[in-house]
Design a protein around this ligand. Structure first.
Ligand SMILES: [Zn+2]
Ligand SMILES: [Zn+2]
Length: 420
């Protein structure tokens, strides 16, 4: 019998894990350029945080959370996203008392009980950013630019930006009435989820995944026609800043986030070749979230980028990430005394900052040479019992095949010179 990983959960093995590492490092470089700082969040939170911070009527909270009671009888949930935790931490540690804005990034796994398919898993990995304490629409565009620069740096092209404004609670009340008027005559033909949402939150009907429902959504009134002056002006600013930095976009009135604390800017960046799961990163403003989870009003905007989707998109576009796993040198040994001595030099070479390896499998000299090749070693140090007696080693340049002898007392310094 063998135990396997649960459905929807993945092991990220080399060489794939090299890609993950590479992407994380590149993203960190870009966060540094934009002056974002890392926040390391807990993997689980009180269930209540997500019920309030994501919304009781959402699919995530209704159907997809990994919730359990811990041994102390508390209801705990594995985080299905990062934003609610970031806001919780910001309020809990009174970060708003410091100079604003606060610009965070985070990495890590999220958990949702969904049907696994291409690019969608039950444990998935997100790269996220959140900017808190500022409501300037320029920041909305900065956040979008951070995401785009990550995609650009990785060499991912043809990604398209869709934007919308979801307004604020004031302008949305008129919109909600308009939606109800529109849906009322069709209500019987809609799914049971939509019928429930009609009473509780008609905006949530707009992102119903049911095909029959979708047909009724096409002619539904759009929020952009109901924006108040403040929301309309901020949306114009977002568009003008996007023009300023020449980021093409399409206004998509269907892009809605139907909860009260989502406000104004909503956006998605898609890569069309991915099919149904085509969103690479998505986000928006959530100026009401702080209050929703029991704190104060805190303007905030952010996005989350899916690592698995990103990797899939890179594959579709045939992007080869420049991952270098070559080593500097490999120590080939002949004889048992040399094998033991080699271990000592291996340690010294690594301590000196060189990427070095030797064989632990008792391979023949020929086998060791093959291994040096496989590891793309630049140099091979050949150490035999005979050489040991003379106090020297043979250095072979693996690329040119040239060989020469070096004094063992001088080995580390000599190799440092050659490798750098
Ligand atoms: Zn408004
Ligand atoms: Zn529906």
């Amino acid at each position: 019998m063998s135990v396997k990983a649960p459905r929807g959960v993945n092991d990220i093995l080399p060489p794939d894990s090299f890609k993950w590492q590479y992407i994380r490092r590149k993203a960190e470089e870009i966060f540094e350029l934009y002056n974002y700082e890392e926040i390391i969040l807990p993997i689980f939170e009180h269930t209540e945080l997500f019920q309030r911070g994501i919304g009781e009527t959402t699919d995530i909270v209704e159907k997809e959370m990994y919730t359990f009671e811990d041994k102390g009888g508390r209801s705990i949930t594995l985080r299905p996203e990062g934003t609610a935790s970031v806001m919780r931490a910001y309020l809990e540690h009174k970060i708003y008392g410091q100079s604003q804005p606060t610009k965070y990034f985070y990495f890590g796994p999220m958990f949702r009980y969904e049907r696994p398919q291409a690019g969608r898993f039950r444990q998935f990995y997100q790269i996220g950013v959140e900017v808190l304490g500022v409501d300037n629409p320029a920041v909305d565009v900065e956040v979008i630019l951070v995401g785009f620069q990550i995609l650009d740096t990785l060499g991912l092209k043809d990604c398209k930006l869709y934007i919308n404004s979801v307004g604020c609670p004031e302008c949305r009340s008129a919109y909600r009435e308009a939606l109800k008027d529109y849906f009322k005559p069709h209500l019987e033909k809609l799914c049971s989820d939509c019928q429930r949402r009609f009473e509780r939150n008609p905006m949530r009907m707009l992102d119903c995944k049911n095909e029959d429902c979708k047909r009724h959504m096409e002619k539904a009134p759009v929020i952009l026609d109901y924006l108040c002056e403040d929301c309309a002006s901020d949306f114009d600013k977002v568009k003008s800043y996007l023009d300023l930095v020449q980021i093409p976009y399409e206004v998509d009135p269907g892009l809605v986030r139907g909860l009260d604390y989502y406000t104004k800017t909503a956006f998605e960046v898609k890569y069309s070749k991915l099919g149904a799961q085509d969103t690479l990163f998505a986000g928006g403003r959530y100026d009401g979230l702080g209050e929703e989870i029991g704190g104060k009003r805190v303007p905030g905007i952010g996005f989350a980028m899916g690592m698995e989707r990103l990797i899939l998109a890179l594959k579709y576009q045939n992007v080869e990430l420049p991952i270098n796993r070559n080593i500097d040198l490999f120590i080939t040994t002949i004889g048992s005394k040399a094998e033991k001595e080699a271990f000592k030099y291996l340690n010294q070479l690594r301590r000196a900052g060189l990427k070095a390896a030797m064989d632990y499998m008792g391979r023949s000299v020929k086998g060791q040479m093959k291994m040096a090749d496989r590891l793309n070693a630049r140099y091979s140090i050949i150490l035999g019992d005979e050489e040991l007696d003379k106090g020297s080693a043979t250095i072979r340049n693996m690329e040119t095949g040239e060989q020469d002898e070096v004094k063992l007392s001088n080995l580390v310094e000599e190799m440092k010179k050659r490798v750098k």
